[in-house]
Design a protein around this ligand. Structure first.
Ligand code: TTJ
Length: 684
């Protein structure tokens, strides 16, 4: 079969075409060229969309109070049928020979006249799509029951006419009376055959999906009976009927399942109006929009929240202005009730004793629906209401309704239910506040920022190829942060006491802020769970002064690594920077020496040569300027590092265990003396 409509229509067809037909084909050709723009795609989703375009018309008629039944049939030949018992699409001539009915199926956007549409509160996305369905079908038939007769019109490749008994199609604008009905009987029946050249080979309409949506629609149009029949050959299904008397109340009941209710049902209904400017006959005109608001909710014994929303009969899974209005008012009204109740368990929380949205909505099941003409939707997939005025309108209705329920003046409001909710929400507040406090305390103890990394860590960008410079004290941290290459060098200053990991319990180690900061910066855990592969740095470099205190802190860090992150040592990832003890300035040149002995040697040499020089002594890393620090400890081309081995770790640990318990002064002494005995272990 050919895709071009015009050519296809020339075959197997009699009757004459007129200028109107050419116009119809040109208009609908836009839909055939870009089906995705009208139905989202050409897969199953698009095909399903076609069916909904038709169903929504019947549902809208029912929502307007004119139909009680919508009948949906899946036929064996791949066609779909929808019938309602509404007023019937108007069959009067509208435009010369052409009936209103033909226009509905041939003109894009017919039906939803802006500003004063016949479908005052139609879906908005739907209800105007009958012509889109015709555009994407090879064949379509419509029957309207009115004034004692069934009036029929058919379409073949978009053009109106009738199929004869031989299957031959005759183009025509006139309706055919094909049967008699009782005089008061009205209704519309549409059957269409999707154009399989437009849709993907494997596209199909999922019965279960349609079933689920139809079940939902029932709750939105209380009293509407929906029948669904699958007459396809492979199907063994018997026809099903859906009906809900209670509307949104039934919906909330249905959504609650077997979860124990905490409250009875809260029903809130109200209305409001707003004005907007819309084009009427090409002129911007201010129109007043009436807006109904319908809310049903209840709390159940659960932690989850279900807030389901609709505009007219369209689901808004991403919420929008109507839901925002509802949620804000609900939170505000609950907070008012909480404040008025002056609950004992909230007193000690003072200013924190306020419910947030999450506290209020714990275990909430709510359905929110707004009904008004021509809603605007937001987002790519139009899953969210955008009409701004709805926030205020729904908000006001919800505020009054929820307040009335808490005040016990609403129908069905019970004191014990109100008390149960005040209890439930205040528990949620207490829980949230105490959990947050515990978390904050732990964060504070470990000085963790929101990233989960220590606040004082100046991280690098490259992981895990970079290196972590562990710096003693603040005075060296500043220059180190400035002089480093932040792409691959991170700086972690150790400020407080580092726990002696050789002695303390594991808890004492984990309670130590400096140890925790080091564990979290390295990010590979600690103790038996330490995972070398997870480390965030390739190298750890201890940067401490070349004095007694520096030696002490190096020893403590090394002992910590030895006991809690040993694979780092075993894998050769730990280094000590070797800061120079002195700089010798000779004219324009600067030399660094790394011990008193080396200084003596060099000075002796220079004196012998008769060279003039000046010596600066570094009491600590903090006394170096940025360039000096860069050259001696940061720049790989010029710095001197010493790799620390597992044996070094062992020695440090042993040195520490020997002196534990000794008084302070002798202890320092011990470190200095032993730094000789243990070779470089304490001299790292
Ligand atoms: C329009 O205003 C006058 C009274 O009838 C109104 C109308 O069009 N009603 C109507 C349309 N009821 N049902 C439909 C309908 C049903 C199906 C299944 C498909 C289509 C395209 C329309």
């Amino acid at each position: 079969m050919q895709k071009g409509t015009t050519k296809a229509n020339k075959r197997n067809t009699s009757g004459s075409y007129d200028a109107d037909d050419i116009e119809v084909l040109e208009g609908l050709e836009a839909v055939r060229k870009r089906p995705g723009m009208y139905i989202g795609g050409t897969g199953s989703g698009g095909l399903t969309h076609l069916l909904w375009e038709i169903i929504d018309n019947g549902v809208d008629e029912a929502a307007a109070g004119h139909a009680k039944l919508v009948d949906v049939i899946f036929h064996p030949d791949g066609s779909y049928e929808v019938a309602d018992d509404g007023r019937g699409i108007p069959i009067e001539k509208k435009d010369g020979d052409i009936t209103a009915l033909e226009v509905v199926f041939t003109e894009l956007h017919a039906g939803g006249k802006f500003g004063t549409g016949a479908y005052a509160a139609s879906g908005g996305l739907h209800g105007v799509g009958a012509s889109v369905v015709n555009a994407l079908s090879t064949r379509l038939e419509v029957e309207v029951d009115r004034k004692g007769s069934t009036h029929k019109l058919e379409f073949f490749n978009q053009l109106a006419g009738h199929f004869g008994s031989g299957g031959r199609f005759t183009a025509s604008h006139s309706l055919k009376k094909v049967g008699k009905v009782s005089s008061g009987r009205t209704g519309t029946r549409v059957r269409f055959w999707p154009d399989r050249d437009i849709f993907d080979q494997e596209a199909n309409i999922d019965y279960e999906e349609v079933r689920e949506r139809l079940g939902q629609v029932c709750f939105l149009v209380p009293g509407l009976k929906i029948r669904l029949s699958d007459k396809r050959k492979a199907s063994k299904r018997t026809p099903e009927e859906f009906v809900s008397k209670g509307g949104l109340a039934d919906y909330v009941e249905f959504l609650s399942g077997d979860t124990a209710p905490v409250t009875g049902l809260v029903r809130i209904e109200g209305s409001g109006e707003f004005t907007e400017k819309v084009p009427v006959d090409g002129k911007l005109t201010e129109v007043t929009r009436e807006c109904q608001v319908d809310v049903a909710l209840r709390w159940v014994n659960d932690y989850q929240t279900k807030v389901i929303s609709f505009v007219n009969t369209i689901p808004t899974p991403d919420g929008g202005t109507h839901v925002a209005g509802f949620e804000r008012s609900l939170t505000a009204a609950v907070n008012q009730a909480i404040a008025a109740a002056d609950l004992r368990k909230l007193r000690k929380l003072k200013d924190d004793a306020k419910a947030q949205k999450e506290d209020v909505q714990e275990g909430l099941i709510a359905v929110v629906r707004a009904v008004f003409p021509e809603p605007q939707f937001r987002g790519q997939t139009k899953r969210e209401l955008g009409t701004p005025e709805l926030q205020k309108i729904v908000g006001a209705v919800a505020r009054d309704g929820v307040k009335a329920w808490f005040d016990g003046v609403a129908k069905g409001s019970k004191k014990i239910h109100v008390k149960a909710i005040l209890d439930k929400v205040s528990d949620a507040i207490v829980n949230r506040v105490s959990t947050k406090q515990a978390l904050d305390n732990r964060r504070k103890a470990a000085q963790l920022g929101n990233s989960g990394l220590p606040d004082k860590l100046a991280d690098c960008r490259l992981h895990p190829e970079g290196e972590l410079l562990i710096v003693e004290g603040d005075s060296a941290a500043g220059p180190a942060k400035r002089a480093r290459d932040s792409a691959w060098q991170a700086v972690l200053p150790l400020r407080g006491k580092v726990v002696n990991a050789g002695k303390g319990t594991k808890k004492a180690v984990l309670d130590n802020a400096e140890a925790t900061a080091l564990f979290t910066a390295i990010g590979a855990g600690s103790g038996p769970e330490f995972d070398l592969e997870a480390r965030r740095y390739e190298r750890l470099i201890l940067l401490a002064d070349a004095d007694v205190d520096g030696s002490h802190i190096r020893c403590l860090v090394l002992t910590l690594i030895f006991h809690y992150m040993r694979p780092l040592l075993a894998g050769g990832h730990v280094y000590a920077a070797q800061p120079p003890t002195h700089a010798i300035i000779i004219g324009q040149d600067k030399e660094f020496v790394y011990s008193e002995a080396a200084l003596d040697d060099r000075v002796f040499e220079l004196a012998k040569k008769g060279r003039k020089y000046r010596v600066t002594r570094f009491k600590g890393l903090g006394e170096m300027d940025d360039d000096e620090l860069l050259e001696t400890t940061l720049n790989p081309a010029s710095r001197v590092l010493r790799r620390i081995t597992l044996d070094d770790g062992k020695a440090a640990d042993k040195a520490f265990s020997v002196m534990m318990g000794a008084p302070v002064e002798p202890r320092k002494d011990f470190i200095i003396r032993n730094s000789q005995a243990y070779g470089h272990a304490l001299d790292v």
